[in-house]
Design a protein around this ligand. Structure first.
Ligand SMILES: Cc1cc2nc3c(=O)[nH]c(=O)nc-3n(C[C@H](O)[C@H](O)[C@H](O)COP(=O)(O)O)c2cc1C
Length: 172
């Protein structure tokens, strides 16, 4: 199947998770395009979509929310998955889920939603971001677990395989 993987990421950590998901889907035989959310002009030609986003100050990244605003109905017409990445530290904090994760998941009819750990590198942050990170007492480090990412992507690939076998209705 032709799959779009589109990930909103300011500092690259979430984009790398998306690239890993894309690799697993390719290895399962799917034709995968990785496109920045701001560059997604149409969903024509895609059978399925994996959405990804980092979380900043309790919200999904603006680029991902904008994409869902632009393409919500077309996303809802396709099998869609959502992952987000953000929590840092041991234990992973903040514990809660951003409010808009459920809103976006419902809007696009996500078949599954998963949270992955995040990566925080103080060096790459601007002044305002440093102040915000200090405020939420976020601990720097790389808390992404690529085995977890691979396992989730393998489940997405298996689900895509089932959809492919059953056949699909024409897409909007
Ligand atoms: C300014 C700022 C605010 C953040 N706020 C949150 C937050 O509210 N919740 C959360 O889980 N992670 C938060 N994080 C952590 C990021 O989501 C995490 O570092 C993520 O991996 C960054 O992804 P990126 O490298 O793709 O930008 C914040 C990070 C920054 C820099």
């Amino acid at each position: 199947m032709r799959v779009l993987v589109t990930v909103a990421s300011r500092h690259g950590g979430t984009r790398e998770i998306g690239a890993e998901v894309a690799e697993v889907l390719r290895a399962a035989g799917h034709d995968v395009a990785e496109v920045e959310p701001d560059d997604v002009e149409t969903l024509d030609g895609y059978d399925a979509v994996v959405l990804g986003s980092a979380v900043y100050v309790g919200r999904l990244a603006a680029a991902l929310r904008d994409l869902v605003d632009r393409q919500g109905a077309r996303l809802a017409a396709r099998p869609t998955w959502l992952f987000w990445s953000g929590r840092v530290g041991e234990p992973p904090l903040p514990a809660g889920e951003p409010d808009d994760v459920r809103v976006v998941a419902r809007r696009v009819g996500a078949r599954d939603v998963v949270a992955f750990g995040g990566r925080l590198e103080r060096d790459g942050l601007g002044l305002a971001e440093r102040a915000l990170v200090a405020m939420i007492e976020a601990q720097p480090g790389d808390f992404r677990d690529f085995d977890e990412v691979d396992a989730w992507a393998a489940r997405v690939a298996a689900d895509l395989g089932k959809i492919e076998r059953v056949g699909r209705a024409p897409l909007a």
